[in-house]
Design a protein around this ligand. Structure first.
Ligand code: NAD
Length: 303
């Protein structure tokens, strides 16, 4: 079984970006990413900090606009509009989820499509489905890089995507279709998930349900990509999922939780040809791809 690690793929993307940003900087241009964080969701704060750090490492300019949880819609609209107008701003990222009184689709639609580095604006979603992408959502774009890096064939293959979110499942399906795969999207209302997944030569799982996919779901020899990131705190469960994995238990003991994917790693690993680990699989690719999109945004506007 081949472990499809994300780090070497991310490092390759980062190296390419480092060189391209250095060239732009010689011309006095620093591609810039502006993140908007509303409220104090701990996971969102961690992600935004990680994005800012990656920007710094690669020579991008980064700024975080931190607004209080009780921010009113007009104030958020105002900030987005001013970033849209600012010629120094290349990419705008609205960290999700927003507090419940702020309607996400309305704000995503307000971001200038040419600065929408997450690829969530309806115009960019439409372009993606028409097969002429401008900004591809970062996680599925990263997974396509992973397939390229490890030489996973997609043309003519039966691929099943579990999950139909706007962030992962749907754009993933669009990219796989464009790569000539035969694509099925399964979701929480799909009857007999096991039988649907068993058809997959390539299985991409983004459900946010720890260990949803068991050995019985996978076809022998399949390639499996596990997008899920779930906190699991129950020691007995961790021992069942990762028998004999002392590192996991030590992590659980130290932090009070361990991060687990949507795939029951140990039992599925015995049956498949290749599998991404969690953590260390898809995760590292998402941020690298965000920076690639920011560089693309900079090039589109500034040449
Ligand atoms: P989401 O909650 O928006 O969507 C989950 C999807 O899974 C839904 O379409 C739902 O229908 C489907 N689903 C839920 N339960 C199911 C079940 N029992 N059977 C079949 N389908 C089921 O989540 P999302 O934003 O797409 O994220 C999915 C997971 O991926 C989460 O764990 C998230 O943390 C993770 N994620 C990781 C990265 C990364 O960079 N590694 C990026 C984005 C999301």
């Amino acid at each position: 079984m081949q472990v499809l690690a994300g780090k070497p793929v991310a490092e390759l993307i980062r190296e390419r970006l480092r060189q391209e940003v250095a060239k732009l900087r010689e011309r006095g241009i620093a591609p810039s990413l502006h993140a908007i964080l509303v409220g104090n969701d701990p996971a969102s704060s961690v992600y935004v900090r990680a994005k800012a750090k990656a920007c710094q490492e690669l020579g991008f300019a980064a700024q975080t606009h931190h607004l209080p949880a009780e921010t009113q819609p007009e104030d958020l609209f105002h900030l987005i509009s001013s970033l849209n107008r600012d010629a120094q701003v290349d990419g705008i990222l609205l960290q999700l989820p927003l507090p419940s009184h702020l309607p996400t689709p309305q704000f995503l639609s307000r971001i200038a499509p040419e600065k929408d580095v997450d690829g969530f604006h309806p115009e960019n979603v439409g372009l993606l489905w028409q097969g002429r992408p401008r900004f591809v959502p970062c996680t599925p774009a990263g997974i396509m890089e992973l397939f390229r890096f490890y030489g996973v064939e997609l043309a003519g293959k039966r691929v099943v995507v579990v999950g139909r979110s706007d962030i992962v499942g749907k754009p993933m399906a669009a990219l796989l279709l464009a790569a000539h795969a035969t694509v099925t999207i399964a979701h929480s209302k799909t009857p007999n998930l096991e039988a649907v997944c068993q058809e997959a030569e390539v299985l991409v799982v983004a459900a946010g349900k720890p260990a949803l996919i068991r050995a019985a779901h996978v076809r022998p020899g399949a390639v499996v990509v596990d997008v899920g990131v779930n906190r699991v705190e129950d020691k007995a469960w961790v021992m069942r999922l990762f028998p004999g994995d002392q590192e996991r238990l030590a992590e659980l003991h130290k932090k009070g939780y361990t991060l687990v994917g949507d795939v029951a790693y140990s039992e599925v690993a015995e049956k498949v040809r290749a599998l991404t680990p969690v953590p260390g699989g898809v995760g590292p690719l998402t941020i690298a791809q965000l920076l690639a999109n920011t560089l693309h945004a900079c090039r589109l506007r500034r040449g």
